[in-house]
Ligand binder design. Sequence first.
Ligand code: G3I
Length: 468
Amino acid sequence: MKKRLTISGLALGVTLLGVGFSTTFAADETLRSLAEKNGIYIGAILNSQWFGGGLPGNYEQIHKTQFNIVVAENEMKFDATEPSENRFSYGNGDKMVKYAKQNGMRIRGHALAWHSQVPNWVNNYKNDKKKLLSVLKNHINNVVGHWKGQVDEWDVVNEAISNNEPQWRGYSVWYQGIGPEFIDSAFVWAHAADPDAELCYNDYNLEQGVNPKAKAGFLLEQVKRWVANGIPIHCVGSQTHVEDTTTDKHFIGSPDSLRSLARELAKLNIKLKITELDIGFKSGINVSQSDLERQGKTFREYLDIILEEPNADTYLIWGVSDKWSWLGGLNRQKGLIYDDNLKPKPAFDSIMVRLQNFEPPQDTAATDTTANDTTVTDTTKKDTTVQDTSIAIPQTAGPGSVTMHVAGHTLFITGMKSAKVDVFDMQGRPVFSGKCEKGAVDLNVAEGLYMVRVREGSRNLVQKIAIK
Ligand code: G3I
């Protein structure tokens, strides 16, 4: 449950939303400080220009001040990390990891198995299933293993579903050469390489509802199967590259539709993350102040999902400034929260004000004596044991569930005989580590919001808790 935010002493003068902004914020208030108060992650890519050193100094200053999660725009993809067979290149990724650790930021890894930005040498094996499986496993083992314990979450598979009638994307060397079971294998191998990393399936156009004909509906059926078969998937990343409503009806997604996906995923104990947000306008049109304010309203509506849905925790924007955005390639413009001169746009104000004013929905637990009771049932079955390289992972069922809840400072765990317990603050810093043999362990931590990870063998459960 996200922590209640108390607002006191804020120098805050804001006109009504949509009327116009004359907003001033307290000097110490940033998107990051407010995200951390609300127990969520707000971030932006480190774009490829950052790696090349071609940005003005205030870009990085803004980035590390305003954001608490980061992902590399291109530098951790297959073509960047394994440009030639079994020869790995980690320099740029290491540079980002060092920056993120220096600035106390959570790290997303993007992306292990994707149809795009695959180096040409991989395509040489497109007709050799056994070899292609070992190529993918070797890549995952090396890349996830290199950043084990440093990269907090991975887009294990990206964009494997087609855009037309929902089905697997045909033009993908992984799908063509292996079949859809490459996905099951990729998750099991990534989990074996780093059991502590959160593992996501990431895709776009998931903001159009969960009916079976929609992409998200097809995905939901796959997630149910993966969970039932013990595949170690923890999250779905919704890229959320959407277009402002006034320009193009075809691509428009809606916040409410994405929220419906979050709620379906919550039933499976799977998180929803917004991983590549931009809300663009068609290239070439004149974008007015009222257009920018409407854009701000839409940014806020997507943020509401992350603030209000208990299984949503990440709001990552695919860029800082309109000046350096991929959107031009999609015939779009002005999709971010800072303008070409790195000045905040109405969208920045809109999400800042929302974060300042957010009041977590009251729930019954908050009023009774077990206010800290954040019982969680892990429906992720026992993880599939890692099978051998040569074949895709057979789908096995694995019963068993883990629950945990907090009362006062005591963490109660069921479903694990001897659990390793690690507690992290909302910046990802470890604050407690211990064992739980008798089903309960006292957490010697101060009042506040934390992420707790309980592990036994290859099973693990991560959950946000509030110590009051
Ligand atoms: O590195 C080469 C450089 O050596 C060369 O001089 C230059 C000109 O040809 O190209 C550079 O590679 C470019 C690469 O970005 C790195 O800058 C590629 O041409 C260009 O196609 C590539 O675009 C990236 C795109 O993914 C590729 O599909 C965008 O920057 C990046 O924002 C975009 O990000 C994707 C996510 O990974 C997945 N979701 C969709 C999102 C937008 O497409």
